[in-house]
Design a protein around this ligand. Structure first.
Ligand code: DX5
Ligand code: ZN
Length: 233
């Protein structure tokens, strides 16, 4: 899997979302949209009506990260609206198999997110239901937080799990991803990188995406897991 960059519009100007999406087009692979509900996380952002509008105004596929209670009820609508990926949190979902299948059935890729304190191993049996695992590298809720290095062993474990499983499950990292941390993440096994403040606080967000991609590609090319994966083919 090639490196993919998914800029988070949480750090963008919410009154100018279409322009902010355009600022990372076509440099980015996805547009990461953080949906928060004041319940699962202590912050409130936007919901389905705004995602629907955004879908009409961007050519990038939309990567919805649902930090909400009861994703079983709400997640399929984001897929039906046309999001390219819908990620739900393991800590919030009640019937993961059913909900992940509903997301796929509605035509989106299905993502499963884990908070920094949630172990990945219990989810190994679910890998066949998942297109992407999202490992949070901060506690979810806010942009601009410090990257949590304590997630690195779990990232390596997740990469090994995906290798064992032999499927194309993408590994996304989200939180504190910047020019200082992206190489570590790529080396440990991540292949999809969310970056909010690192992209939108830059003078040129499109250029920031290109620079992050170059760093991640370089680290991926030298990573032990990449070599194992290509040897296995
Ligand atoms: C945090 C969100 C992230 C956030 C990342 O809960 O899920 O997507 O925007 O922001 P940075 O890259 O600034 O840590
Ligand atoms: Zn996110």
């Amino acid at each position: 899997m090639a490196v993919q960059i998914s800029p988070s519009i949480l750090s963008a100007d919410f009154a100018r979302l279409a322009d902010e999406a355009a600022a990372v087009t076509p440099a980015a692979d996805w547009l990461h949209v953080d949906v928060m509900d004041y319940h699962f996380v202590p912050n409130l952002t936007l919901g389905l009506p705004v995602v629907e509008s955004l879908l009409r105004h961007t050519s990038l596929p939309v990567d919805c990260h649902l930090m909400i209670d009861d994703p079983d009820q709400w997640a399929p609508s984001y897929a039906e609206a046309g999001a390219g990926n819908v990620t739900i949190h393991a800590e919030a979902v009640k019937a993961p198999v059913r909900t992940l299948r509903e997301i796929r059935k509605a035509g989106a890729r299905a993502g499963l997110a884990l908070n920094p304190g949630t172990a990945v191993q219990p989810y190994e049996d679910l890998l066949g239901e998942v297109d992407m695992l999202l490992l949070m590298t901060v506690e979810p809720g806010f942009g601009g937080q410090k990257f949590l290095d304590l997630v690195m062993p779990k990232l390596r474990q997740a990469r090994a799990m995906v290798e064992r499983h032999g499927t194309e499950v993408w590994l996304q990292v989200d939180g504190g991803v910047s020019d200082e941390t992206i190489e570590r993440c790529a080396d440990a096994g991540a292949d999809v990188f969310v970056a909010g403040s690192a992209v939108y606080s830059a003078d040129d967000p499109g250029r920031a995406v290109q620079e992050l991609r170059a760093q991640a590609e370089k680290a991926t090319a030298h990573a032990a897991w990449t070599k194992r994966t290509s040897d296995a083919r």
